[in-house]
Structure formats: C-alpha cells, structure tokens
Design a protein. Sequence first.
Length: 317
Amino acid sequence: MSKVYVIHENEEWTEHLFKRLEELEIPYEDWLLDHGSIDLTEEPPEGIFYNRMSASSHTRGNRYSPELASAVIGWLEAYGRTVINGSRALQLEVSKVLQYLELEKHGVRTPKTIAAVGKEELIRKAEAFEGQKFITKHNRAGKGLGVQLFQSVDALKEYVEGEDFEEPVDGITLIQEYIESPESFITRCEFVGGRFLYAVRVDTSEGFELCPADACTIDDLFCPAGEEPASPTKFQIQKGFDHPVLQQYEQVLSANNIQVAGIEFIKDKSGNLYTYDINTNTNYNSDAESVAEQYGMLEVAKYLGEKLNQARQKAYA
C-alpha cells in the first residue's frame, strides 16, 4: 500500500506532523536519516515523499544528513516518485547564497551580501561595509549560526582572529548589511502547497538584540522542542495580511519546486522590505495558531493526503 514517507533528521520536529497524519488517518512511514544507506539497484516504494531535512542538522550531530538526503531524493526523483520539497528545495535549504540569488531573480529585494571563504578574505571583503553596521552569518545556517553584529572592520578582525570565531560547516561566511527597523518585529509568511497560508508577526525585542534583520534564530523560537516557551504575544498571526510581495514569493517557490516553506522579511525605517530567509523545514507556533484557529501542520498533512490520493488514482487509472 502506498503511503507518505517523511524524510528528516530530527524526531522532535516531526512529532506534530505525525499526530496530524494519524488524526486524518493518512498512512505514513518515518524515514529518519541520521544515518543510513541506499541500494541504487532497488526501486523505491510507491508513495509520496516529504523532505523535511534541515540545514542545522550538524548542530545535532548529524553532519552528513543533508548529503544523505540529497542522495535519497535524487534516487526517488530518478524513479519518478513525487517528492514534496525535492532536490532543489534541499539545495536552497543549505545555502543562503542560492536563496538570495533566487529571490533577486524574481524581483525580491534582499540585503546587500558578500560570501567569503577564509579569514583573510572575510576581513578584506568587509571593507565594502566600512562606515556602516554589518553582520556575519553562516551560509549553511539555521539556529542563528554565526550571526554577529559589527560596527567596524576592526571589530570584525578582532572576532575573526579570536577564540570565539565560529567556522561555518561549509566554509562560507556571509557579510551582510544591517537592516535597522523602527519596530522590533519581523514577519514570517507561511506557504503550503505553494500557496500563501498566513503571516505571523514575531516580536524580536528579546531575541534579536544583536541582529533584528536576521531571523535564522527564529527557528529556535518556532521549534516545538524549544527549551523556553515564548511569551503569549511573541507570535501573532496577522488576520487578513496582504502584500504584493506574496505573489513574488509564490513565483519563487513555484520556480524552485518548493511546496512548503516559511519566508521572512523585515522593513527598514523608510518602509523598504528586505527578504532574508527561505525556510523549507518550517515549524509553527502552537499558541499563535490556537488564538487564530489556523493550523499549519494540519494544512501540511491535508496537502500530503491530497497528493497521496492523486498518486493512487493515477496508479489505478
């Protein structure tokens, strides 16, 4: 019998999805890729495959899970299996450089960013930001990896040459202009099936004092397995939210075969909107959803069920 297969490396992030699949009586199987192998001579099982691999897997001891997931997804796609958030989604998940290039390609403004490999090159390229605040972050990130705010190149040099410097897992550090917002919040837009679901306003006054323009650390706040609960008003779903950028976001997702994602933006003091993250392994805040009576993981489960039914109908046609 065909079913939904969930590809991931963190059991704590699939608990809510599995509950929803069970609630809807949708058959599923857990494909935990913290280790494993693929026999390329074997044909994959029939079904729908949902990729929830995370860029931050190496912080949980699963250094090569994205690489294994890439091999598995390539195997599935080679056999014509339906993969939700397939190989291209995984490529963007582990590279902010690719995210920014895709966003800009579709007319979506991103912060000025330079990618550098090597400490000397990092310091040299930061000179392009002299006289203004700038931040660093890791290209393959999640969880706010490598996010630091600097007032000068000298401050960056002291950090890079010191003991606290965080080496990126892929070697690429990003230098990015610092976006100053008059209000301490960012907006995260959720998409399911490639279509806008809702926008949530996230208060960053307590968690983003270093870098309100970067929401990599928002993964921790959204994470249902977070150690500290968020305040009741930290997440607020915005009823009736609408903005022209939503259409551009949907175009980006469609062009890259991404069905489920959270995309984050911030506005500067002049009202200019900057988009800085596409998260293809999105989680949802249960408190905010309860207040708004909108449930992201339920919609994901419904979408997977619809795709599974379509696959079954096609098989019996």
